[in-house]
Design a protein around this ligand. Structure first.
Ligand code: FES
Length: 179
């Protein structure tokens, strides 16, 4: 006859020698709580650092409104070239970049602002009061006051930038609004 020695085991554990179910649940709960806490702390501390690190790259070429002058400084029907500076973000460095545009005042509340680059190959054109035309010297492109092509190789009208009047100032954004 073989004698056996009874071993203690937890009721309901299913196998002799296994930990009690409530002990495992408590341990599982504690480890999950610690993981959750660590994740939360890591998020709180790390997220701002990550956002700060990658935000220059996310900003990209975001356009903003540029003040180009008092509306009283423009004469109705008389195009005026305006030079201004924008700051371009290159990573964490902001570089100044010289820009310009042609402004045509229609009224105190209505302006047309042209991209100063010819729509043929991008040369700078200029306004000729005697001819009442914009002339591009590179290949003799000619545009009227409305920016339409009169003659020469330009394939399309001058590009118009978004603009608005605010507090007596003309604001321009380098966003082409006519295609
Ligand atoms: S770039 Fe203006 S006509 Fe060619």
């Amino acid at each position: 006859m073989v004698e056996t020695t009874p071993r203690p085991y937890a009721t309901g554990s299913g196998s002799p020698g296994a930990e009690p179910e409530h002990e495992m649940s408590r341990r599982r709960f504690l480890s999950r709580a610690i993981f959750a806490m660590a994740g939360f702390i890591g998020g709180v501390i790390g997220l701002p650092a990550v956002v700060h690190t990658i935000s220059p790259a996310l900003k990209g070429e975001q356009q903003s409104w540029i003040e180009v002058g008092n509306i009283s400084g423009f004469q109705a029907g008389q195009p005026k070239k305006v030079d201004y500076v924008i700051y371009k973000a290159d990573g964490w460095i902001e570089e100044p970049s010289g820009k310009s545009c042609w402004v045509v005042k229609k009224s105190d509340s209505q302006f047309v602002v042209y991209d100063p680059r010819c729509t043929h190959l991008g040369c700078p054109y200029s306004w000729h009061t005697d001819k009442n035309q914009f002339l591009c010297p590179c290949h003799n492109g000619v545009f009227d006051l409305e920016g339409n092509v009169i003659s020469g190789p330009p394939p399309r009208a001058l590009r118009r930038f978004a603009n608005r009047v605010e507090g007596g100032k003309l604001l321009v954004r380098e966003e082409v609004i006519n295609g």
